[in-house]
Structures are given as structure tokens and as C-alpha cells.
Design a protein around this ligand. Structure first.
Ligand SMILES: NC(=O)c1ccc[n+]([C@@H]2O[C@H](COP(=O)([O-])OP(=O)(O)OC[C@H]3O[C@@H](n4cnc5c(N)ncnc54)[C@H](OP(=O)(O)O)[C@@H]3O)[C@@H](O)[C@H]2O)c1
Length: 254
């Protein structure tokens, strides 16, 4: 899977799946644009990319803000002159449900980052992706397909991922005849900082519980999700568009 001389934007590249995926693209020859809010963590990932002999453009942006999000594509094009792959990976969870009075706030929070920013970025990227016959990979979650393992207080996270899944299919249809593919990856639980970053509870307690959600008793690592993202972004997946690739260690089987 060579990405030699390709330009890849990875949002949420400061940690977890995004950081691992950006490095994997760089290992395969891509130059990357790394997007997130935390400058220091982005700079650390950029150092690793540069150590591989690839270029890394750090774009500090809060994707919940339309003005910040608008800069991502323009800065990438200004620096690299083209775009081949957009990985919409940044995501967050927010607590709120019908009976705690926080549902609307949680809805606004999750939709801004997990869906609205993805729509904005995809829309701004589309003209450039058409030029390169590039593609988009969105990072969703198995939460888009189930209710039973999602704590009620995080229902709006699941709702946002369901919206992202359907956006993937609709965008794939709109861009199909322009030669741009759009797919998504739906991980089950992944061993990384998502739990602590989103204050979902005690990481050790929760990780044990999440292992029990899987059929195989194992939780995926960041690079296992990255591998699927790279496959979907590669020419080897040229016949795949509008698809959701589940990588959940059998969560949906139970
Ligand atoms: N971990 C899991 O179990 C799991 C399972 C299924 C799906 N996912 C999905 O995987 C994706 C990546 O998450 P992860 O697991 O790698 O967790 P993570 O380590 O918490 O990564 C989330 C990334 O998103 C960025 N981000 C969050 N809000 C942002 C904002 N407003 N603007 C810009 N960047 C923002 C964070 O960077 P900054 O904080 O520096 O901005 C960070 O780089 C998410 O979409 C998540 O929903 C995760």
C-alpha cells in the first residue's frame, strides 16, 4: 500500500487512532497535515513523521468552530498544492440524556465536532479530491449500530455516529461519478485515551468492562484501526465506496 507523494489530512491526529494513522501513512510515503486542538501533542507527532523523512504540516484548529475548520483545507492546499486523502477521525463524546436535562447540550456538542465539521471539511475538500481522484475515510463507531452497550448518558454520541454513517453513504453517492470514494470505519472499543480524554470514567475499570463487550475478549489497538483506514484509502480499495468497515472484535455478535 504505497502512498508515496500523496497528501493526507488526518483530523484528531494529536492522539489515539489519528496519531497512529498519520504515522502509518507517513511510513507508506505520504506527506501529512495533522489537525487537532493541542499544539504540543501535534508537534510531537510531527517530529515522528519528519523522522521518517516525510513532511508534516501542523494545523491547530478547534473543529467545533466553523472558522477554525475552514482553515484546514486552505492551509493544506497552500502548503502542499493538492489533497489526496481526507481522514475525518477527530471525535468526542458528551454526557447528556433525556431525563438529566442535558440532552440538547450534549447533542450540540457532539454534532459540531463529530458531524458538522466532517460535512464542512468534506465539502471544502471535494473540489481538490476530484482533481486527484482521491477519497475520504470517516471514523465512526459501532455505537452507530447498537444501543445496548452504550451507556444511556452517552446516547447522543451514538446518534452523532449514526448521522456520520449515513453522511458517508450520501456523500459517496454524490461524489461517485466524480471519481471520489467515501467510506467509514466503525471500531468497537479501542485501547487508547478516548476514555480519559472524554471523562467517561475510570480507565482501568472501563477497559475491563469493554473487553467483556467483545466476543473474542480483546480490545483493538490504534494501529489495527489505522491499517483498515489505510486499506480503504488505498488503490486496493478502488471498488469500495459508501461502505462501513466494522472492526470490533465481535462486539456486534453479542
Ligand atoms: N477509542 C475508542 O474506543 C473508539 C471506538 C470507536 C470509535 N472511536 C472514534 O475514533 C476517533 C478517534 O478517537 P480516539 O479513539 O483516537 O480517541 P482520542 O485519543 O481521544 O482522539 C480524539 C482526537 O480528536 C481530537 N479532537 C477532539 N475534539 C476536537 C475538536 N473540537 N477539534 C479538533 N480536534 C478534536 C483530539 O485532539 P485534541 O484534544 O488535541 O483536540 C484527538 O486527537 C473518534 O472519532 C472516536 O469517536 C473511538
Amino acid at each position: 500500500m504505497s502512498f508515496a507523494n500523496k497528501v493526507v489530512i488526518v483530523t484528531g491526529a494529536s492522539s489515539g487512532i489519528g496519531a497512529a494513522t498519520a504515522l502509518m501513512f507517513a511510513k507508506e510515503g505520504a506527506n501529512v497535515a495533522l489537525v487537532a486542538r493541542t499544539q504540543a501533542k501535534l508537534a510531537a507527532v510531527a517530529k515522528h513523521v519528519e523522522a521518517l523523512g516525510r513532511k508534516a504540516l501542523v494545523i491547530q484548529a478547534d473543529l467545533s468552530k466553523e472558522a477554525d475548520t475552514a482553515t484546514v483545507i486552505s492551509k493544506t492546499i497552500k502548503y502542499y498544492g493538492k489533497l489526496d486523502v481526507l481522514v475525518n477521525n477527530a471525535g468526542m463524546a458528551s454526557e447528556g440524556c433525556l431525563l438529566d436535562g442535558k440532552a440538547l447540550q450534549a447533542y450540540d456538542d457532539v454534532m459540531k465536532t463529530n458531524v458538522r465539521a466532517v460535512i464542512q471539511l468534506t465539502s471544502l475538500a471535494a473540489p481538490y479530491l476530484i482533481q486527484t481522484k482521491g477519497n475520504v475515510v470517516n471514523v465512526s463507531s459501532v455505537a452507530e449500530m447498537i444501543t445496548c452497550k452504550i451507556p444511556t448518558t452517552f446516547m447522543l454520541y451514538a446518534v452523532s455516529k449514526a448521522a456520520l454513517g449515513h453522511f458517508t453513504r450520501c456523500a459517496a453517492l454524490e461524489l461517485a461519478l466524480s471519481g471520489v470514494r467515501v467510506n467509514s470505519v466503525s471500531p468497537g472499543p479501542v485501547e487508547n485515551e478516548f476514555i480519559t480524554n472524554n471523562k467517561l470514567g475510570n480507565a482501568d475499570d472501563l477497559l475491563g468492562k469493554l473487553v467483556g463487550f467483545t466476543a473474542v475478549g480483546y480490545i483493538a489497538k490504534n494501529d489495527e484501526i489505522g491499517r483498515v483506514i489505510l486499506f480503504l484509502a488505498s488503490d486496493e480499495a478502488r471498488s469500495i465506496t459508501g461502505s462501513t468497515y466494522i472492526i470490533d472484535n465481535g462486539c456486534l455478535l453479542k
